[in-house]
Design a protein around this ligand. Structure first.
Ligand SMILES: Nc1nc2ncc(COP(=O)(O)O)nc2c(=O)[nH]1
Length: 285
């Protein structure tokens, strides 16, 4: 693949909003809502219109225990959606762990690779990203959905996640990826149990302190649902976790995160602008 022009990471002077668009039948919070291209495209356009800086298109569920789909099925799901969203002027990222899918998505106009495996699932991803010169989200990961909970053991989760992300950065830079292409992500809900997610949110300043842009993906995740369980212990349904998600957006923006990955893009778009206004007022004293 010829090296595409290096696509700089947008830095609009506020936290970036990445709208979630899972074109899958089985994602944990919106599985099946946007499984067909037409519905997915309409939702992606709505998030773009509502202020999402990226629409993050994924074709394979990453929820714990999810069955894997092959690259051909992933491409079948995401490519038509990416093409239409790009044609409509939206900035699109592809949520995939496969270099083959990422390459096809970049050719279709995606401008960022969002890789929940941080390059561990496909050894070809680093070379692809290095050649393409595009931004790459390296998320903290300890294995595919079926084995991730067995790996959720930490002495000090923030220290260990920081160390493992740093190791990934060193590996991919050694493989030719430029540091300025990289975005780090603590991988909330991936090989993390409840308390691990809260500690990572509480320690975001340390992850931001690694010196690279940080993306935070707390939106509608189970640890929020368990926090918001009712008196009978019934976990709050995923679609009723957006207010809690908005709180994580504000925390991430205040901690200096580069971006948040959320389902309710409109609400977080308003929240990040509000945080930026307060931060500007603080600077002006
Ligand atoms: N970078 C990044 N990508 C992700 N992709 C999928 C999910 C799973 O959530 P979903 O099923 O709601 O998409 N979470 C993340 C995340 O936390 N960070």
């Amino acid at each position: 693949m010829s090296a595409a022009p290096a696509l700089a990471l947008p830095r609009p002077g506020r936290c970036v909003v990445m709208g979630v668009l899972n074109v899958t039948p089985d994602s944990f919070s919106d599985g099946g809502c946007f499984a067909d291209a037409g519905t997915a495209i309409a939702h992606g356009l709505a998030m773009h219109a509502a202020g999402a800086d990226y629409v993050d298109v994924g074709g394979e569920s990453t929820r714990p225990g999810a069955d894997r789909v092959d690259a051909a099925e992933e491409c079948r799901r995401v490519l038509p959606v990416i093409r239409e969203l790009v044609a409509a002027g939206a900035r699109v990222s592809v949520d995939t762990t496969r270099a083959e899918v990422a390459e096809a998505a970049l050719h279709a106009g995606a401008g960022l690779v969002n890789d929940v495996s941080g390059g561990l699932a496909d050894q070809r991803m680093a070379r692809l990203v290095a050649d393409a010169g595009v931004p790459w989200v390296l998320m903290h990961w300890r294995g595919h959905s079926r084995e991730m909970y067995a790996a959720a053991r930490y002495g000090d989760v923030v220290t260990e996640v920081c160390a493992e992300l740093t190791a990934r950065v060193e590996d991919v830079v050694a493989a030719g990826v430029a540091p300025e292409q990289l975005v780090l992500d603590p991988g909330l809900g991936f090989a993390k149990r409840g308390e691990h997610n809260w500690r990572l949110l509480a320690g975001l300043d340390r992850i931001v302190g690694l010196g690279l842009p940080v993306l935070v993906g707390a939106s509608r995740k189970s640890f929020l649902g368990r926090l918001l369980a009712d008196a009978e212990g019934t976990v709050r349904p995923a679609e009723q976790r957006d207010a809690a998600t908005l709180a994580t957006t504000v925390l991430a923006a205040e901690a200096g995160a580069w971006g948040v990955r959320v389902h309710d893009a409109a609400a977080s778009a308003d929240a990040v602008r509000t945080v930026a206004a307060v931060q500007a007022a603080r600077r002006e004293g």
